[in-house]
Design a protein around this ligand. Structure first.
Ligand SMILES: Nc1nc2c(ncn2[C@@H]2O[C@H](COP(=O)(O)OP(=O)(O)OP(=O)(O)O)[C@@H](O)[C@H]2O)c(=O)[nH]1
Ligand SMILES: [Mg+2]
Length: 569
């Protein structure tokens, strides 16, 4: 460092230039501004070894997190704080500081050597009035010419006094406005004196500031300087942090605009979307796959129907052909028999065996093609179609489902079962155990389990849950006193793990009775919306005597089981 400093000094003297001006040799080679100890022109080091001021670095173009050196185009990788993360060139900063000290000492030297170097109004030497003062002793507080300075400060102690050019002499203290013979030395710290806090020692000890808190002007000024410096540094910190936030916002904004790399996502996979464009692409890809999948499913469904139709037509044509052959055979036999009617007795007697054979053939055909057999040969022209939940088509064979009917005792479960099975309102007795019936529709076959609802039987309900696709919960709409009890049972059912994929149909039964609670009242009393949040559920008003509501209830159930209304059509 000393060597570098010496080189700079030598360069200055060789080139006959002053140090103060030649600070510019320590300037940023991009903007030609002198480097500074702090602020915009603080020197920062690039990884290639070049030094550029902070301000210029901020203006340089960046590629992602790298910055190119303006001199050799080499890359420097930036940290998370961008340009702020680059190290300051401390060697250069130290050199700058030393140069400032050297310059200051040189100024004193020059002032000491030359009376005329101080361009301001001349100040008389305190030792010899006819001399012009060129330096100010900061310890003796005297203005001195060079000669008197040397003369008065020639002892070992006095030589150490710091003497500065008179131009840099500290300002003289003002005189006290109440005691004109004395300088102000103190600052009064009382709040009431904030408007005129300066005072001399007389004001402080005997005058208007007597008894007040006070401090030395230098001490108080130093405290103020420190708090100002601290506020400045805090301000800079805040500024730096805000700058960092701005940079991050810019990064996020550029990512939104589509700078980030994008790889097409897989259907159903959750991807982290990096930019607005990536999000759009992700959505388009998702729906493209969905459309493709639906097209494939539609084609597969059509193929299934086409092959079903082909098989059916083949069957019909075969039957048609077989029956036509039989019809022509019968017609031939009939023609032969009609001829025998024209014959005389002798001929008839001779042909009796052939006639018996023909009659037997007709009898055979008659018994072979009974009404029932002919019905079987006439296929139903309808094509019963159902769709599974994954959009596969199902023709013919019925969708089978296991359903359990639960609810408090007396709610009407058994009555409903009998109504669905036999279309009758039968008298019932309380169920001990269970009843089970199979109920068939064109495309649906329900196995309906009706389990007794007495309090002692309810713990047994759970044994019926396995493989159950739907639960029918029957509520006696008249029995408001037991709504709370019914809600408690429904809550247990709703929380059953084994039933979490089952559809839940609530039948508000006995709507034929005048005091029956409406569906809305029951929904509210049972808090169904919150209780069954996230489940497949439906509430249907119904009554057994007329059967009103039961077919709608089953239609909803069927939709849940086969996802199509065709099942019941
Ligand atoms: N008015 C009217 N009465 C009904 C209706 N449904 C059922 N009932 C009557 O309510 C009573 C109880 O019916 P059940 O079908 O035995 O009740 P349950 O739910 O099977 O009762 P448990 O087997 O004890 O669990 C019987 O007297 C039925 O006639 C309805 O819709 N309207
Ligand atoms: Mg019953």
């Amino acid at each position: 460092m000393q060597k570098a400093l010496k080189n700079v000094q030598q360069w200055c003297s060789k080139n006959n230039r002053t140090l103060s001006r030649e600070k510019t040799i320590l300037e940023c080679k991009v903007c030609d501004e002198a480097f500074a100890q702090q602020g915009e022109h603080v020197p920062r080091l690039l990884q290639c070894g070049h030094t550029v001021c902070h301000s210029c670095l901020m203006k340089l173009p960046t590629q992602d997190v790298t910055l190119l050196c303006p001199f050799d185009r080499q890359e420097t990788i930036l940290g998370p704080s961008a340009v702020w993360s680059l190290k300051k060139n401390f060697a250069l900063l130290e050199l700058l500081e030393k140069l400032q000290i050297v310059e200051r000492e040189r100024n004193v030297q020059e002032a000491t050597n030359s009376h005329s170097s101080y361009p301001g109004p001349s100040i008389a030497c305190d030792e010899e009035e006819t001399h012009v003062a060129s330096v100010f002793c900061t310890v003796c507080l005297t203005n001195l010419c060079a000669e008197c300075s040397d003369m008065t400060h020639n002892t070992r102690t006095l030589m150490k006094h710091l003497r500065i050019p008179v131009s840099e002499r500290p300002r003289q203290r003002p005189k006290c406005q109440y005691h004109s013979l004395h300088f102000v030395e103190f600052v009064c710290l009382e709040k009431s004196c904030v408007d005129s806090p300066l005072c001399c020692f007389i004001c402080k000890d005997y005058g208007r500031h007597k008894g007040h808190m006070h401090g030395l002007i230098e001490t108080e000024a130093e405290k103020l300087r420190l708090s100002v410096a601290s506020a400045i540094s805090t301000g800079k910190d805040v500024g730096d942090r805000l700058q960092e936030s701005i940079r991050k916002l810019e990064t996020v904004a550029s990512q939104f605009e589509g700078s980030s790399a994008y790889s097409p996502p897989v259907l159903t996979e959750t991807v982290t979307i990096g930019s607005a464009e990536a999000a759009r692409l992700h959505i388009q890809a998702y729906f493209r796959e969905l459309h493709d999948m639906l097209n494939m499913q539609e084609n597969a469904a059509l193929l299934t129907v086409d092959s079903y139709i082909r098989e059916k037509l083949c069957f019909i044509r075969q039957n048609h052909e077989d029956l036509s052959v039989v019809v022509s055979q019968i017609s031939e036999i009939c023609q032969e028999l009609e001829k025998t009617l024209q014959a005389d007795e002798i001929q008839l007697a001779v042909s009796s065996s052939a006639i018996a054979t023909a009659i037997a053939a007709i009898d055979d055909r008659q018994s072979e093609f009974s009404e029932r057999r002919l019905e079987q040969l006439q296929p139903d022209a309808s094509i019963p179609i159902t769709f599974t939940k994954n959009n596969r088509v199902q023709i013919g064979p019925k969708v089978e489902a296991r359903v359990i009917t639960l609810g408090l005792d007396g709610a009407g479960k058994t009555s409903i079962l009998f109504k669905l099975k036999q279309d009758e309102f039968l008298s019932t007795i309380p169920t001990i155990g269970f009843n089970v019936e199979t109920i068939e529709y064109p495309s649906l076959k329900l196995t309906l389990w009706d389990v007794g609802g007495g309090a002692k039987l309810r713990p047994l309900w759970k044994h019926y849950y396995l493989h159950t696709q739907a639960v029918i919960f029957v509520v006696d709409s008249v029995d408001r006193d037991r709504f709370a009890e019914a809600t408690a049972e429904l809550t247990k059912i709703a929380n059953e793990k084994e039933l979490r994929n089952s559809a839940l149909l609530i039948l508000a039964n006995k709507q034929d009775l005048p005091s029956a609670a409406s569906v809305e009242e029951i929904t509210q009393a049972f808090s169904l919306s919150s209780l069954l949040c996230g489940q497949f559920w439906h509430i249907q008003p119904c009554n057994v005597p007329s059967g009103t509501g039961l077919s709608e209830a089953l239609q909803w159930l069927t939709r849940q089981l086969v996802t199509t209304e065709l099942a019941l059509s």
